[in-house]
Design a protein around this ligand. Structure first.
Ligand code: ADP
Ligand code: MG
Length: 408
């Protein structure tokens, strides 16, 4: 049983870097996956968002490179694929932090960077390359990147990569890296379309580690909701929460249009916020995230697309200004708070038509999500009751109602 980082028998320089990051003990997924990876096995790993998957592959990767040091300068030995640029940068940052006492090079190759810049980087020796699939494949096709020396292929957020349509590109990259020794695949879930077939082709006789987060990692998110009568009422509730309850909040909004409206609304109330949305220039997006990360602003508005895979530490509140489309997205959203043992709150603002969704979410997370009230801001309407009816019955009812109306 692995309980401490010492149990993992890592090199001292890595242990020191881990301590400097403030990690005191491995999370469940780290305890389960690291020994297997160091044993030379392919690993198929799943664990919820925020449970330390990055270090679960970065630590063994660094240890491996130290166990088998390169004899001469040359191309990359470990390739990590991530679905988005932001995530690639975060993974690279964390890997660099863990490898700071080693002499290993970690570089990123993503879209949104000048080709020349990459050419300079690729001319040097690299040990670990963190890349998004699309751009990397371009370089391979142009023979500017050499995969033949790759010994480990690591896929982070495999489910997201599939969702985003990277399946075929990843398959091609896997073929390019066919001389590799090991493959590690990490994902929040292993369910969902195509994950199974996808993993079959990529991994050889993998050990499956599927970490239920330990008690210590779980259950630290308090979830509740407020009912809102109208959009105005919802805005008032949000402003109240942002000014009086939350320290650092991500507010999820359905669409870019809604996000723009909300921004204006908050500006009017002098609540300073940053925002990210899909199709936003890279530098502006980075800028927004770093302002939020540094604490210059404590409110980040985001659409689901934009927030994919971004690690924003120390979020005290996740606020569902708009309810997500599915319970699964809800889980992804709230996974951004209470990371690795910290406490967090997830608050949903629920309009009448959202009532079925919050109830579905409640069943999905298998926990009662309670309604709360804010003084003087109670909803005026009664909680709508949606009963599951068989279609025919429902039809009958409406016709009955219609005829009743006619009679009047
Ligand atoms: P995931 O990829 O599972 O969503 P991350 O790897 O992004 O999670 O980690 C989430 C947060 O937890 C990060 O801020 C990371 O620094 C922190 N973290 C990772 N491992 C540990 C640990 N063993 N102890 C404490 N914090 C950790
Ligand atoms: Mg991750």
């Amino acid at each position: 049983m692995i309980k401490t980082f010492a149990d993992l028998e890592l090199d001292q320089n890595i242990v020191e870097a881990i301590e400097e990051l403030g990690f005191t003990r491995p999370t469940q997924i780290q305890a389960d996956a690291i020994p297997q990876a160091l044993d030379g096995r392919d690993v198929l790993a799943s664990a919820p968002t925020g449970t330390g998957k990055t270090a679960a592959f970065a630590i063994p990767a660094l240890q491996y490179l130290q166990d088998f040091p390169r004899k001469k300068a040359g191309p990359a030995r470990i390739l990590i694929l991530t679905p988005t640029r932001e995530l690639a940068m975060q993974v690279a940052d964390q890997t660099r932090a863990l490898g700071k006492n080693s002499r290993l090079n970690v570089i990123t190759i993503t879209g949104g960077v000048q080709y020349q810049e990459h050419a300079d980087i690729l001319a040097q020796t690299q040990d670990i390359v963190v890349a998004t699939p699309g751009r990397l494949l371009e370089y391979i096709d142009a023979e500017r990147f050499d995969c033949r020396a790759i010994e480990w292929l690591i896929l982070d957020e495999a489910d997201r990569m599939l969702d985003m349509g990277f399946g075929p590109v990843v398959d091609r990259l896997s073929a390019e890296c066919r001389w590799r020794k090991q493959t590690l695949l990490f994902s929040a879930t292993l369910e969902g379309k195509g994950v199974e077939g996808f993993t079959e082709d990529l991994l050889k006789d993998p050990v499956e580690v599927s970490a239920e987060p330990s008690r210590r990692e779980r259950k630290k998110i308090s979830q509740w909701y407020h009912r809102a009568d109208t959009l105005e009422h919802k805005n008032e509730l949000l402003k109240k929460i942002l000014t009086e309850q939350s320290e650092k909040a991500i507010v999820f909004v359905k669409t870019r249009e809604r996000l723009a409206e909300l921004r204006t609304e908050l500006e009017r109330a002098q609540i300073v916020c940053a925002w990210i949305q899909g199709e936003m220039p890279q530098d502006r997006r980075n800028n927004a995230i770093s302002r939020f990360r540094s604490g210059e602003v404590n409110v980040l508005l985001a659409t689901d697309v934009a927030a994919r895979g971004i690690d924003i530490p120390d979020v005290s509140h996740v606020i569902n200004y708009d309810m997500p489309r599915s319970a699964d997205v809800y889980l992804h959203r709230i996974g951004r708070t209470a990371r690795a043992g910290k406490k967090g709150s997830a608050i949903s603002l629920v309009e009448a038509h959202d009532q079925p969704m919050i109830e579905r979410v409640s069943r999905y997370v298998d926990e009662e999500i309670k309604e709360r009230y804010i003084k003087d801001m109670r909803p005026q309407h009664k909680k709508p009751v949606f009963k599951k009816k068989k279609k025919k019955e429902a039809d009958k009812k409406t016709t009955a109602k219609k005829s009743a109306k006619k009679k009047k």
